[in-house]
Design a binder for this molecule. Structure first.
Ligand code: SF4
Length: 336
């Protein structure tokens, strides 16, 4: 079944995905370090195997920075990811507990966990603060890991209810049968499956461009969504009761990201565009006038329309369109 946010699902989608689609999830990247080295990994060179912390686009040094990003992005929830969050386990627990303490127990937290370092003890500690757990099994890189993966994922049933236990995998077209078989084997121990349309990344670029064709647009692997739809059909025939979601690149770009931008705080006198970007009228440096706002980081003054009109011809005034996010990447700028 096609969802209204351009993805496909059988039965329904996981709770964590609902927040994500609405753009309400903060992506909390607790470390880029991971001992798995999956050939299909989606991390960028800037993050892969680097012990860095990011909350959305904001590089963070401490909990204070993370809390600031929750406020600026108006997030109501967070998805903890990496790397392998279990490699930075103490940090993961600290961040999850602080987020719950600061924003309350309804601040939904899900976590992405490669199965490599899972123990029942670690899951028990996580379950105090984490509402939903998404395992990334290893069988796509090691076909002998299936039983070990299942054994570890089963521990989660001791600490979470089934609807809050799931698996998350990329949809590699020629691996669709392996994915289907794994789902059929694990189905009694989890409540949902999230399958991501397979995308090109900096770190999988060589291997993907050598072995796969790409869709028009050049970053989504051809046949990936079709493989996902095939899996959904097979599971429907088998009358599998799990919530299965095929999360498409379109969902991420046209809905999740756009919605996240639209929620993000903007500076005074900014105007939001339909795409979720923001337009500012600015002039370099600091000017002291009513109805202006000094943007310290970019060393520019943001002007109201009236002030911009008054200053036309006296100062260089730019119309700048940019993302409202922490990196505030400029999309367009022109002198007016
Ligand atoms: S487990 Fe996840 S983060 Fe680690 S290498 Fe594999 S895809 Fe990348």
């Amino acid at each position: 079944m096609k969802t209204k946010f351009d993805s496909y699902c059988l039965n329904g989608i996981a709770e964590g995905c609902k927040y994500c689609v609405r753009g309400e999830k903060l992506v909390l990247f607790v470390t880029g370090v991971c001992k798995r080295n999956c050939w299909y990994c989606s991390l960028s060179n800037k993050r892969k195997n680097k012990d860095l912390i990011f909350a959305n686009e904001r590089e963070c040094k401490n909990v204070k920075d993370i809390i600031q990003e929750v406020k600026d992005s108006r997030a109501t929830s967070a998805g903890i990811t990496g790397g392998d969050p279990l490699i930075a386990f103490d940090r993961t627990i600290k961040f999850a507990s602080k987020l719950k303490k600061k924003f309350g127990k309804n601040f939904h937290i899900h976590i992405y966990l490669p199965t490599k370092f899972i123990t029942a003890e670690k899951l028990k500690k996580l379950s105090k603060y984490v509402d939903e757990v998404r395992f990334h099994p290893a069988f796509l890189i090691d076909e002998n890991s299936v039983d070990k993966d299942i054994e570890k994922i089963r521990f989660a049933g001791l600490f979470w209810n089934k609807p809050n236990i799931g698996i998350e995998l990329p949809l590699i077209p020629n691996k669709k049968r392996d994915v289907l078989n794994f789902i059929l084997k694990i189905k009694d121990y989890v409540g949902f499956v999230n399958l991501n349309e397979f995308e090109l990344s900096e770190t999988n670029f060589d291997i993907v461009t050598k072995n796969y064709k790409l869709n028009e647009g050049g970053y989504v692997v051809k046949g990936s969504a079709e493989a996902g739809k095939w899996i959904l059909e097979q599971l429907k025939k088998e009358k599998v009761k799990l919530n299965i979601h095929l999360c498409t690149a379109e969902l991420k770009n046209l809905h999740q990201f756009k919605n996240r931008l639209a929620r993000h705080k903007i500076f005074p006198y900014g105007k939001r565009t339909e795409d979720g970007n923001v337009i500012y009228l600015v002039t370099d440096g600091k000017i002291k006038m009513k109805n202006t706002f000094y943007d310290k980081e970019k060393k520019r003054t943001i002007l109201s329309e009236e002030v911009a009109k008054k200053l036309l011809g006296k100062r260089k005034i730019m119309r700048v369109e940019e993302f409202p996010t922490r990196d505030r990447i400029e999309i367009e700028s022109e002198e007016i």
